[in-house]
Ligand binder design. Sequence first.
Ligand code: AMP
Length: 212
Amino acid sequence: MQVGAPPVPRITASPATATFTRLLHKPAYIMYPGEAMGEFNLDEAIRKVPDFPKPGILFYDITGVLVNPEAFGYCIDRMLERYRNVQLDGVVAIDARGFLFAAPFARERKLPIVLARKGGKLPGKKVKKSFQLEYGEDEVEMHEEDLATVRRVLLVDDLIATGGTLRAAADLVEESGGTVVEIFSVIGLPFLDYGGTLGDIPVTTLIEYHGE
Ligand code: AMP
């Protein structure tokens, strides 16, 4: 645990989270485990699209969150609440839906944003890493000089599946001499064992799904 970061509580027991604890190398902090999400039901705003982008994949579509200001505001408010007392000096935002959650958070906290983009999108001198997706293979790139300016970093994405994308981004942060204080994602899919991929990096999600 980093200095200044709050402890990562173990999730509370529920039928849904029992599977989760068995599968994960290290449990995520789910702000609202199971169905108990306080005053707002985020699940209703997340569209589930079967067989997209290919057969057998259930796509958790956060466009339903983005089109709903209450749902989007809820996500950003929970992020701000979670990291209020956590010392950060930058946010690394994952291409592309991660950008949307990282930007309002970083603006509110007055933090710089470094983009972790898919291959071939950034014009400057880059560092890069290849990784496996739930469906396919890809690479992540960051501007070397921007990455060098952030040392205590929050990584942000919309969804963690295998954790491969975030692992690649975390490796780049660490190879540059920075520290990944925590990973934030709106959605987690723990049955794909992102915990095993991400190792000791603390993870916070707002909602987790336990199957496709
Ligand atoms: P991974 O590297 O396997 O953790 O994949 C995470 C990235 O792929 C995120 O940027 C997600 O937006 C996207 N992704 C992977 N699987 C899904 C899924 N089932 N539904 C929606 N997005 C997904």
